[in-house]
Design a protein around this ligand. Sequence first.
Ligand code: SF4
Length: 433
Amino acid sequence: MITNEKKTVAFKTLGCRLNQYETDALVTDFSNAGYELVDYNASPDVVIVNTCTVTNQSDTKSRSVISQTVRKAKNAVVVVTGCMANNFKEKLERQDNITFVVENSRKSSILTLVDSHFSGEIVHPDQLPQDVFRYEPVRKSLHTRSAIKIQDGCDNFCTFCIIPMVRGLATSRPVADVLESVRKTVENGFKELVITGVNIGRYEDGAVKFENLLTMILELPGDFRVRISSLEPDGFGDDFVKLFAHPKLMPHLHLCLQSGSDKTLLRMRRMYDVAQFRKTVKQFRAIYSDFNFTTDIIVGFPGETEEEFQQTLDAVNEFNFSHIHTFKYSVRKGTRAERLENHLSEKVKNERSLLVRNLSVENKMNYFKSLIGQKQDVLIEKITQGTASGYGQHYAPIRFKITNGQRNTIQTVRLTELIGDDENCYLAGELVL
Ligand code: SF4
């Protein structure tokens, strides 16, 4: 064992839940090896920047964090990993102030790389083993809930998406590994697990499909609850819907609609149409009337007419999403959408994005109001000056007064009112004793 005890490490993470999970797993790795986790501003010995490249905006943000890091942490070992490290590998490798550029498939071995560096061994990141599932179950985390990675990559090749190029084709983690990871993460004290991957609905290990795996996870003993991070709205049936009757599975899905127009969905090469999406939403709400749906919408996709955009607004209203991640379409080099005709102006994209955002806030407020009067079990994430905040089963943000509470405990709260009238609105409640 090398003299890691005095070494400090800091992390910066951009992008999706999968990236956040992978950072949390690296935090656990480094802390098990004796590194001290410090703030990014505290001159750490090692800084790991886990980047995102899903949109042009993500590239800009990732680039800006990298520049900030190399400026601030002049003497640190700077490791750049994540999707941008795949997408712009050679460019990043030419930057002298970055010590290592590590592709996603080798991210799980970053500790080995850094340890070798400190012991004077010369290891090139490309010599590290490729294993997207080798991560330790999360013990020390930057978050209250822990993700469980079950899958990586995607074979769908939606025309706008760069992910299959940077995360590779779909691959599933073996069932036994997933279940072991759940057991250990629960033993490590996590009360809420988020099932994560790039396209988790396509999970497949032999005869075990996504809903079979989910059933096995829910059957495991222990005091924990389960969320699903984000799902493509294709390929699941009645049995999946019924699973949500299980008390451990939370009544919320982030189901990515992207557009309310079948013509746009076809150009995006999505695997469903609006009628299928409607059927799914109806199936859920027929059983669980207050089920919470959130979604992603891309506005200004090439060729999107006024009429097609109006269909998206109609769909947003019809499905009553409580939250929408709105993305303005931006060209990703190497994707098929880059070559589509009729790219829209920034002005039109901005206008459309604003309309979706405004509608999204309205829907959010309506949905949250519909929960007032209900009892919710809130996982406390933070307590500040006697006010606890966290999320209830439906993934609505909730705050309430507490005198003797603790982070990472679940408390029952009766919802009394909606506070705020913008994107950041939340529900206030009273503790049920
Ligand atoms: S389903 Fe489409 S949008 Fe989602 S990761 Fe796969 S290719 Fe990208």
